[in-house]
Ligand binder design. Structure first.
Ligand code: HEM
Length: 411
């Protein structure tokens, strides 16, 4: 099929009304017509087949750092535009964009410390969810996104890190600002917000690391300064950048997972009835939401050598975007892929990517979503959409899928 009939990069984001409303029509067509697609405007390959996406993200030799992409890779080069030159790469960007050996040096100890915090943090998540629900107790109608889905991940990651409660408002604003780092189409105002937020986070994290070094507490700031004191080769700048990355990576995405799950349950009453009859299936509900409506549409890699995907040659330094959303609805992998079915037995979805860069926050996101959704429907068993006819209000951030608002009635 001629490439002019295939979607360009914008037509694969919610900025395009057709994709915003029916992304799977676009992705299904692309997968069946050109599953290994070289998009000319952005100079990148786009993969939509489950097997290709999985093999690519799991390939431990692939690169991630946008600086390694060829000049034609517009999308990657724009992400690299803000790269600081003359400093070690690990002092200027988080693990999300780093390659080994820096990636492994920083990610492994951070992941161990984070997983230990998550493993003992369930009661804290329950407390945070319950207090969000308490605030809604007497509200007949409310916006579930702003009142529930947004505050929970921020409060949870703040508690894990050890952020002061009174700084949470600023934290929310900074988190929204720094997420623009992953928006290749950001405008001047968004770039300004991103830079202001980065500076504010740097100052705050610098203060917190100094404070915890002197007087450790039961939190992740203290875990990391302790490891550093014990000889872990990680600088203060690296710590700051990567602890901030937990806010960037974790807040919007987990907000969207909870919002997408609740909307799906409210628009699929039979599936909600299954959860209400057997609350023990909450894990399956969250996994099916991650498959069916993943909060992150794509991730990327850069070929570190000449390879072949689906019979197409891809050369060293060429950019590869993988559609996690497309992979999750591939009929070769999932039977009846466009059916939201919480009774599915097998969920090998790719919502968290894979390989060396697989989402470091996946266990936390899963726990927050499981606790949040269960407790929401326990507290408000008659929860419903205020206007079931209203089309979903998808946010316009490229490559993320979440709702701007979700008006619900609790009683
Ligand atoms: C439902 C919620 C979430 C989704 C859908 C999600 C999705 C993703 C995806 C797709 C990647 C890229 C993986 C790859 O390229 O193979 C990623 C990486 C990452 N995520 Fe998440 N994420 C979520 C929650 C979180 C949370 C809660 C945190 C922090 C606490 C977090 C922090 C990160 C970080 C730091 C990375 C970079 C990891 C690396 O490159 O080594 N994410 N996430």
């Amino acid at each position: 099929m001629p490439s002019e009939q295939l979607p360009n990069i914008f037509e694969l984001t919610p900025l395009d009304p057709k994709f915003r409303e029916a992304p799977h029509q676009v992705l299904d067509d692309l997968r069946s017509q050109c599953p290994v697609y070289r998009e000319p405007a952005a100079g990148t390959f786009i993969l939509t087949r489950y097997a290709d996406v999985r093999a690519t993200v799991s390939d431990l030799e692939m690169w991630r750092d946008p600086l390694r992409a060829e000049a034609a890779a517009v999308f990657q080069r724009r992400l690299a535009e803000t790269a600081v030159t003359g400093e070690p790469r690990a002092e200027t960007t988080s693990i999300l964009m780093l390659d080994d050996p820096d990636h492994a040096r920083i990610r492994q100890p951070l992941a161990r410390a984070l997983y230990a915090r998550v493993a003992k943090g369930r009661a804290n998540v329950e407390r945070i969810v319950d207090s969000a629900l308490d605030r809604l107790e007497n509200e007949p109608e409310f916006d579930l996104m702003s009142e529930f889905c947004v505050p929970i991940p921020i409060d949870v990651i703040a508690a894990i890190l050890g952020v002061d409660h009174e700084r949470l408002g600023e934290f929310r604003d900074w988190s929204e600002g720094v997420i623009q780092a992953v928006n290749p189409f950001r405008d001047a105002a968004q770039t300004e917000h991103m830079e202001r937020s980065r500076a504010a986070l740097t100052d705050y994290f610098t203060q917190m690391l100094a404070l915890r070094r002197k007087a450790p507490q039961d939190d992740l700031f203290s875990d990391m300064t302790r490891l550093q004191a014990e000889g872990l080769p990680i600088s203060d700048t690296e710590l700051r950048i990567n602890l901030s990355a937990l806010l960037v990576g974790g807040n919007l995405t987990t907000t969207d997972l909870i919002g997408n799950a609740v909307r799906l349950l409210l628009t699929h009453p039979d599936e909600l009835a299954k959860l209400q009859a057997d609350p023990g299936i909450i894990n399956a509900v969250v996994e099916e939401t991650l498959r069916y409506d993943p909060p992150v549409d794509i991730t990327s890699r850069i070929a570190s050598r000449d390879i072949e995907v689906g019979g197409c040659p891809i050369k060293t330094s060429q950019s590869i975007l993988v559609s996690l959303r497309g992979a999750n609805r591939d009929p070769e992998m999932f039977s009846d892929p466009h059916r939201f079915d919480v009774s599915r037995k097998h969920h090998p979805h790719l919502a968290f990517g894979g390989g060396a860069h697989i989402c470091i926050g996946a266990p936390l996101a899963r726990m927050e979503a499981q606790v949040g959704i269960s407790r929401l429907f326990n507290r408000f068993p008659n929860l419903r959409l205020v206007d079931p006819e209203e089309p979903p209000a998808w946010r316009m951030l490229p490559f993320f899928r979440g709702l701007q608002h979700l008006k619900v009635s609790a009683h």
